[in-house]
Design a protein around this ligand. Structure first.
Ligand SMILES: Cc1cc2nc3c(=O)[nH]c(=O)nc-3n(C[C@H](O)[C@H](O)[C@H](O)COP(=O)(O)O)c2cc1C
Length: 399
C-alpha cells in the first residue's frame, strides 16, 4: 500500500495559505494542497480574492495540485462560488467539518452533519447544478457522535463526487482522542469515489497502523504533522526521517518570511516573475545551496538586494507568522532548539541570527516528532498549565 500512497497538505485556516503552500512546496513538495476554507455567502465572493488561489487564477506552474475549499450553509452559495473557481480548478471542495461556533451556529461546516437528509440534499443540489466530479466534500465522522456516519456516507453513493475526505473525528471530539481510521475504511468500502483519509499522520511511523486499519485508502492529507515537521512529505515519500542542519533551518525560515510578505495581495505581482522563472520546478528540500539561492532570489524580489539574515526586517505580522511556524517546528528539532528565548525576539533578524546560539557547530540532525511536546497541539481542554514556553499567538486550533 505505502508504495502507491499519495500525501497532500490538509486545509488549515490561518496556515495553508499561499505563502505556506509555496514554502512547503520548496520544503518537501506535497502532491496536492488545499486552501483554507473560503466562507461564501449570498453576496461574497463576487470574484475570487487575489491571494485565495493565486496558483490557479494566475496559472502558475507549481508542483502541487491546488484544491480550493468553500464553506457555506447554502448549496446555492456553494454552486455560485464553485462556478467562479471552476474556470481555473478541476474541482472545488465543500467544508463539512469546521467545528467553530460561528459557522456551526450559521448552519455551515460540521453543522451540515447534524441532519443526514440535509447533508445528502446539499450534495444532490451540487450534483444537479455542477458537472460530475467537479466538486468534493470534506467531513468529520459526525456532529456529536458517529451514529449517523454510515447513513451520511451511504447517502453519497449516487452523488458524482470527485473525492470524499474524512477526518476521523466528530465535531464534539475537536482534536481529542484518535482519528477513527476504521470508519474512514468503511467509507472507502462503501463509496465509488476516492476516499482521502485525515488524522494524526506524524511521520513514516504513523503509516503501518493506518494502512492496517484502512487498507483501501491510498490518498492522505497531513495537517498538524506538516507544521510540526514541514519536511514530512519528503519523509513519507522516502520512508525515512530527513536530516537537516541549523543553517538550512535559518535560510528556510527566512524564505518563509519573505514569501509571507510577498504573498500579500499588493505584493503578488513581485512574486510572479520568480514562479515564472521556474524556481518552483524543483524543491529545495534538504539542499543548503538551493535554500541559499532561493533566499537570494526572494530577497532581491523583496528588497532589491541580498541582505544578511541579521538585517532582515519585516513587519510584525510577518514576524508573528514566522514565530508560529517556528513554535511548531522547534518541537521536532534537537532539545536545545526548544528553548523559549527565541520566541521573545523583537525582530526577524534577532530570531534568525539567534539560531546560531543554539547550534554553533551547525551539526546535521534528524527532524523527528517528539510526543512529549504534544501539549503544544492539543485543544485547550487538554492543555496542561503553561510549561516552559513563552505564550505567543498560535494558529488557533479551532477549525
Ligand atoms: C489550524 C487548523 C486549521 C484547520 N482548518 C481547516 C479548514 O479550513 N478546512 C478543513 O476542512 N479542515 C481544517 N482543519 C482540519 C484539518 O484539515 C485536518 O482534517 C485535521 O487537522 C486532522 O488532521 P491532522 O491530524 O493531520 O492535523 C484545520 C485544522 C487545523 C489544525
Amino acid at each position: 500500500m505505502s508504495g502507491r500512497a499519495t500525501f497532500g497538505l490538509a486545509p488549515m485556516e490561518g496556515v495553508s495559505e499561499l505563502p505556506f503552500r509555496l514554502w512547503l512546496a520548496q520544503v518537501s513538495a506535497p502532491a496536492f494542497a488545499s486552501t483554507p476554507f473560503l466562507r461564501a455567502t449570498d453576496t461574497f465572493p463576487a470574484q475570487i480574492p487575489i491571494d485565495f488561489a493565486a496558483e490557479l487564477t494566475r496559472e502558475w506552474d507549481v508542483p502541487y495540485q491546488l484544491i480550493p475549499q468553500v464553506m457555506t450553509a447554502d448549496p446555492d452559495d456553494f454552486v455560485r462560488t464553485a462556478r467562479l473557481l471552476l474556470s481555473h480548478a478541476e474541482f472545488v471542495d465543500l467544508n463539512c467539518g469546521c467545528p467553530s461556533p460561528n459557522p456551526v451556529s450559521g448552519g455551515a461546516g460540521s453543522s451540515l452533519l447534524k441532519d443526514p437528509a440535509l447533508f445528502v440534499g446539499f450534495a444532490e443540489r451540487m450534483a444537479d447544478a455542477l458537472p460530475a466530479q467537479s466538486f468534493s466534500i470534506k467531513m468529520r465522522t459526525g456532529f456529536d457522535d458517529t451514529a449517523a456516519f454510515d447513513v451520511l456516507t451511504h447517502g453519497l453513493r449516487s452523488v458524482p463526487l470527485k473525492q470524499l475526505t474524512v477526518h476521523g473525528r466528530t465535531r464534539r471530539d475537536r482534536y481529542d482522542g484518535s482519528s477513527r481510521w476504521d470508519l474512514i475504511q468503511k467509507a472507502a468500502e462503501q463509496l465509488p469515489c476516492s476516499v482521502v483519509g485525515s488524522g494524526d499522520i506524524l511521520g513514516v511511523d504513523s503509516m503501518p497502523p493506518i494502512h492496517a486499519m484502512a487498507p483501501s485508502v491510498s490518498r492522505f492529507i497531513v495537517g498538524r504533522g506538516a507544521l510540526r515537521n514541514p519536511w514530512i512529505f519528503l519523509e513519507l515519500r522516502n520512508q525515512k526521517p530527513v536530516a537537516i542542519r541549523r543553517s538550512l533551518v535559518q535560510k528556510a525560515l527566512a524564505c518563509f518570511a519573505l514569501l509571507t510578505d510577498l504573498g500579500m495581495d499588493h505584493q503578488i505581482d513581485r512574486l510572479e516573475p520568480l514562479v515564472q522563472k521556474g524556481l518552483w520546478k524543483t524543491s529545495a528540500g534538504t539542499h543548503s545551496e538551493a535554500w541559499a539561492a532561493l533566499y537570494d532570489e526572494l530577497c532581491v524580489a523583496h528588497s532589491g538586494k541580498i541582505l544578511p539574515l541579521k538585517d532582515l526586517e519585516l513587519d510584525r505580522i510577518t514576524l508573528g507568522r514566522v514565530k508560529m511556524v517556528w513554535n511548531y517546528l522547534r518541537s521536532s528539532l534537537p532539545a536545545p532548539y526548544f528553548e523559549p528565548l527565541l520566541l521573545r525576539s523583537k525582530s526577524l533578524g534577532e530570531l534568525l541570527s539567534g539560531l546560531e546560539r543554539l547550534d554553533p557547530a551547525d551539526e546535521s540532525f534528524l527532524v523527528s516528532h517528539r510526543s512529549e511536546w504534544d501539549w503544544l497541539f492539543t485543544s485547550s481542554r487538554q492543555k496542561p498549565t503553561p510549561a516552559a514556553s513563552e505564550p505567543i499567538q498560535l494558529a488557533s486550533i479551532t477549525t
